[in-house]
Ligand binder design. Structure first.
Ligand code: 0A1
Ligand code: ZN
Length: 880
């Protein structure tokens, strides 16, 4: 297995930078294959650097990759060759002065940059992506987040690029002697290089204004290609809501006079929070009712908010080093989740986040790439933009919020922002601010930051009727993870409520409170409640108060009771999930034993009752009626038997569909109101339940049901309803019908990139339609582009990550296919290749046959030639 230089970086080796850059002036002369970048850096010896008294001044290290060095000058004089050395990954300079002006000219080729890091072209438009280490592909620079500098950027480009943008405020513009355009931007806030951005293109924009809490007017602009200008309204509304929310909930006011968003089609992630100039993946910002589903509308609202919130949690206060990534990401995900909960249904937002955590983060935490929220080593930082850093990191912040309470948390965040404004800090600084502002002790809680793995919480209860006491005993245990054999007990906040026999919430103490948070700090710990006059049914870990696997021996009847009566909406849903998972597990066992599969009667009763609850939020009902995904089922058991998972799930779905057909139909018709599309929480909830019913109806295969879907598809009222109907027809209709509908849909929408992306995804992720043969056909479809991450995620990701049935075909062809794609992609875009390989990393959890096939596919990738550092890290860790 080859890689140019596998190299591990450790947190314990962190050292403050030797030099600081007080000012950074950049000049870009844009040409697709020969862009000239001139940088003028005011360099100063860092007074806080670790000093070696013996040797004078240390060399200045500048990171740089794929750059053609043209010249270097110090204080106006060319630097002689013996004073600098180009090495792999950068440039080392010896300048015997503690302060100097460094001028460097380099040449780069954006046109051939397919990694989408640094400066690249997307549909002829120049754009940048610098986080985490992309700036070093633009010019030689100390590309690390603890070097913060004030940037001035001048862009020169032909008149065919009328829009020239960078961070901060526009301070100058004009034309060069040869008729090219020139614009200068200045960002008054010192920032690390990863927040630098540049955009140049023929773009249109929509504009609005926002008046901040102190009365300043901020110009808001959203840039996109002309064809998409009608798709900007929702993002703009979301931005204004986010700005207001951050003022109201965190007291954070926006600081520049302008805030810009640009939509680009080729982007590795969702979006990027560059100071004053956010760059977005088009799919995460552009929407109209005709082209985008409710899910897309909500995703856009959340991502716009996330990037905007980074202006404080990330930009004004940034990370000292990349081991601290969760400092900005965990906190910002927590902030955006609370924002979405305030804008929509709180319970449903929580359910969605917990589902993601349980399905994918728990799997990551139990696999070869398992790492703590604050990792202590990495090979390639791009591999650490993970669910653990983001989602588990957000859970850790949420637990601090739960432990301290909302007001104390706000005092802590105020102190954090005030104390560290303009600085690059650590997760520890965040926790200390929370403690200092509240005189709190989070000593043991800190273990959440450096201990990997998902804790398992076993719970037992005991009721003593004579003394009217109820005791809950908790035992916590975190399984070993790579490199961390021993685990210590964590501080786990467990929110608990008790239900009486008639379904009422019982009082837990004299003050009549109906919910309590128990603070677990030991491996085994009991809590006794007094004055409990009947044997209660516990509702545990309400709202998912900690990211753990909770085990309590509920009977089916008790779960059905919680589904009906729990006042905690999240736990109502969770009871339903537990019942479904248990049922599915039993059926897997029956399937493996070759037994006749038993009808899931308890689950049918539960679903029937839920469907009858017309006063419950329809979005919550839709979530309750949604079975755990095959991926989540795989995460549950000790050994993955893909075939049994698929068989059990298909059996439960179709049995429920058949048994509750008339209930689904009644509910469908009652919810099928014709009204103008609005992405409001209420309407979204209604459509989600309606379309859940439609999918079950079509699952019966009945002609009537498919006709209903066909009619909904043809009405074409909004993309949510159209794509739900199409997906149902593709999954459950006859193959010819599916083909015909897909063709007419493509015919209608081929001009719309976002719709085409979801059209790809719908096919490749369909268990019945998305065979490997179809997926191969999609790869040669004219609209497919291996260089476009969204298309890759839709077709290849849709197949490998969302099409459990076809991907795990017995002959192992799915694994071989994925290996081929990963190898092909690694040469183009290492970040995407290393993310795409994820489904192969958990081979040890599969039955022997699949495990061998998957391991074989991984080995083939390992032996395919020189791997990028990104892919090398994931593949080598997975094979050990
Ligand atoms: N900071 C961004 C995520 C991001 C990270 C890396 C990227 O390129 C490799 C791009 C975006 C966020 O959290 O939104
Ligand atoms: Zn982020």
């Amino acid at each position: 297995m080859k890689n140019a230089q596998p190299h591990t970086i450790y947190l314990k080796d962190y050292q403050a930078p030797d030099y600081l850059i007080d000012r950074t002036e950049l000049l870009f002369d844009l040409k697709p294959n020969a862009t000239l970048v001139t940088s003028r850096l005011l360099v100063r010896r860092n007074p806080d650097a670790v000093k070696d008294d013996e040797a004078g001044l240390p060399a200045l290290w500048l990171d740089g990759i794929d750059l053609e060095l043209l010249s270097i000058a110090v204080d106006g004089a060319l630097l002689p060759a013996q004073r600098f050395r180009e090495e792999a990954g950068g440039l080392s300079l010896t300048v015997d002065k503690p302060e100097f002006l460094l001028e460097i000219q380099t040449r780069i080729a954006p046109e051939s940059n397919t990694s989408l890091e640094g400066l690249y072209l997307s549909n002829g438009m120049y754009c940048t992506q610098c986080e985490a280490e992309g700036f070093r592909k633009i010019t030689f620079y100390p590309d690390r987040p603890d070097v913060m500098s004030v940037f001035t950027t001048t862009i020169v480009a032909p008149a065919t690029y009328p829009v020239l943008l960078s961070n901060g405020n526009k301070v100058d513009s004009g034309t060069t002697e040869d008729g090219r355009l020139r614009v200068t931007w200045e960002d008054p806030f010192a920032k690390p290089s990863y927040l630098f951005a540049l955009v140049a293109g023929d773009l249109q924009y929509v504009e609005d204004t926002f008046t901040t809490c102190s009365g300043r007017n901020v110009k808001l602009q959203l840039f996109t290609e002309a064809r998409n200008i009608g798709k900007c309204a929702h993002a703009m509304t979301s931005l204004k809501r986010s700005m207001r929310w951050d003022e109201e909930v965190y007291g954070r006011e926006y600081d520049l006079d302008i805030f810009m968003i640009v939509a680009v089609d080729h982007f590795n992630m969702g979006a990027m929070e560059n100071k004053g100039l956010n760059i977005f993946n088009s799919a995460c910002v552009l929407a109209s009712p005709e082209t985008a589903t409710d899910t897309a509308f909500q995703r856009i609202e959340a991502i716009v908010a996330h990037e905007y919130f980074h202006n404080w949690s990330g930009n004004r206060v940034t990370c000292r080093d990349w081991f601290q990534l969760s400092l900005k990401e965990g906190f910002t995900v927590f902030r955006d989740a609370e924002f979405s909960a305030d804008m929509n249904s709180r319970a449903v937002k929580r359910i969605e986040d917990v589902t993601l955590l349980r399905t994918a983060q728990f799997a990551e935490d139990a696999g070869p790439m398992s790492h703590p929220v604050r990792p202590d080593s990495y090979m390639e930082i791009s591999n650490f933009y993970t669910l653990t850093i983001y989602e588990k990191g957000a859970e850790v912040v949420r637990m601090i919020h739960t432990i301290l309470g909302a007001e104390a948390f706000r005092r802590g965040s105020d102190l954090y922002f005030e104390r560290h404004d303009g600085c690059a800090v650590t997760c520890e600084d965040f926790v200390v601010a929370m403690e200092d502002a509240n005189n709190a002790d989070l000593k043991q809680f800190r273990r959440w930051y450096d201990q990997a793995g998902t804790p398992v919480l076993d719970v037992q209860d005991e009721y003593d009727a004579e003394n009217a006491t109820y005791t809950l005993t908790f035992h916590q245990h975190t399984p070993a993870t790579p490199g961390q054999e021993e685990k210590l007990p964590l501080h786990i906040p467990v929110a608990v409520g008790l239900l009486g026999a008639n379904g009422d919430a019982l009082a837990l103490d004299e003050s009549d409170s109906k919910e309590k948070v128990f603070h677990l700090t030991e491996a085994t710990q009991s809590f006794t409640l007094h004055g409990i006059n009947e044997r209660p049914l516990p509702s545990l870990l309400r709202g998912f108060s900690a990211p753990v696997k909770l085990r309590f021996d509920y009977s089916n009847t008790q779960l059905l009771f919680l589904m009906q009566h729990d006042t905690d909406a999240f736990n109502r849903w969770d009871a339903c999930q537990r019942l479904a998972l248990r049922t599915l597990e039993q059926l897997q066992t029956q399937y493996r034993a070759g037994d006749v599969l038993e009808s899931p009667t308890a689950l049918i009763d539960g679903f029937s009752a839920v469907l009858g609850h017309t006063e419950l939020d329809p979005a919550l009902v839709a979530k309750m009626l949604t079975l755990p995904s095959a991926q989540e089922m795989a995460e549950q058991g000790s050994e993955i038997d893909a075939e049994a998972i698929v068989a059990a799930r298909e059996f439960v779905r179709s049995t429920i569909a058949g048994a509750l057909k008339s209930r689904f139909l009644t509910r469908y018709h009652a919810l099928d109101e014709r009204k103008a599309y609005q992405p409001t929480a209420e309407d979204i909830a209604q459509r989600s339940l309606k379309n859940t019913c439609l999918a079950y109806l079509c699952n019966t295969g009945d002609e009537d049901a498919l006709t209903l879907a066909q009619a909904q598809f043809e009405r074409g009222e909004n993309m949510t309803d159209v794509s739900a109907a199409l997906a149902a027809l593709v999954e459950y209709g006859a193959e010819g019908v599916a083909e015909e509908r897909l063709a007419s849909f493509y015919q209608q929408w081929q001009h719309d990139t976002q719709v085409v992306e979801s059209w790809f995804g719908m096919q490749s992720s369909s268990a019945s339609f998305g065979s490997l043969g179809r997926v191969r056909q999609l790869l040669s479809h004219p609209a497919f582009e291996l260089k476009n991450p969204n298309k890759v995620r839709a077709v290849i990701g849709g197949f490998a990550m969302r099409n459990f049935k076809q991907f795990h075909r017995e002959d192992g062809s799915g694994y071989e296919f994925l290996a081929d794609q990963v190898i092909a992609l690694d040469g183009l875009n290492p970040q995407i290749a290393s993310r795409l390989v994820t489904p192969l990393t958990r081979w040890k959890k599969y039955r022997a046959r699949e495990a061998e096939q998957i391991q074989g596919a991984l080995k083939r990738i390992a032996d395919s030639g020189e791997l990028s550092p990104d892919l090398y890290e994931v593949v080598s860790k997975s094979l050990t």
